[in-house]
Design a protein. Structure first.
Length: 105
């Protein structure tokens, strides 16, 4: 079962540039972190400065490695260098197993 992290981020600054940084961050993480399986990013339809992203890791240890790795440090340094604001709240947990024989998606 996977370890899933969902983040809601409220940002301030040049929204298009922030979106570009988030996208770069996503690809850096997927390239550099073998324990990260997926990284989805969405932009809220009505609140343009709100981003939602979901990261899927093979396990909780992979998530911990991500938190301690260089990619988050790089991202937050970029946000600081551009004087952008990022306020995030995240929730994490183990994926719920499906019933035997039930197909999801």
């Amino acid at each position: 079962m996977s370890y899933v992290v969902h983040v809601t981020a409220v940002v301030e600054g040049d929204i298009d540039k922030i979106e570009g940084l988030i996208n770069q961050y996503r690809y850096k993480c997927l390239e550099n972190q073998p324990g990260m399986q997926q990284f989805y990013v969405c932009r809220h339809l009505e609140q343009q400065n709100v981003f939602l992203y979901t990261q899927i890791f093979k396990d909780q240890e992979a998530h911990q490695s991500h938190l301690e790795g260089d990619d988050p440090k790089w991202f937050f340094q970029q946000m600081e260098d551009h004087e952008f604001s990022f306020q995030g709240q995240w929730v994490a947990g183990m994926e719920i197993e499906s019933s035997s024989g039930q197909i999801l998606n």
